[in-house]
Design a protein around this ligand. Sequence first.
Ligand SMILES: [Zn+2]
Ligand SMILES: [Zn+2]
Length: 140
Amino acid sequence: MFKYKCELCGMEFESKSNRAKYCYYCRDKAQVQRNKAYAEKKKAGTSVPIGSEQKCPICGKTYTVTSGSQKYCKDCMKKQQQASKGKPSAEYIKENYDYVRFNVPKGEGDAIKAYAQEHNMTIKDLLLTALKEYQENHKD
Ligand SMILES: [Zn+2]
Ligand SMILES: [Zn+2]
């Protein structure tokens, strides 16, 4: 056992660890403080002050922040926007597709997923395939 003096309350205590800083009572408190400090640091890091110089995580160039949500330099932001143009927008999907959602008894969802995976299908493929086959077999 090693003898220590607690950095928070000054009480002497013993510990098996060879680098203890806090007594048994203060250890929890110290952890709470560390968590708090970490959370504050993290919070400060996410909101970028407007007008400040930041380094672009994509190209590495420094740029001046013009809006709070800006994460990249202007060039990289443009590229990002262009890249996302290829994907259909939520509006396009809304106009051209129906969204079908249904509930299955608890536990059966996984079974259906597993069955679809076994046949290299998504649940959607499975459903549409099943529907097609059903229609073919139930013609009047
Ligand atoms: Zn203490
Ligand atoms: Zn950039």
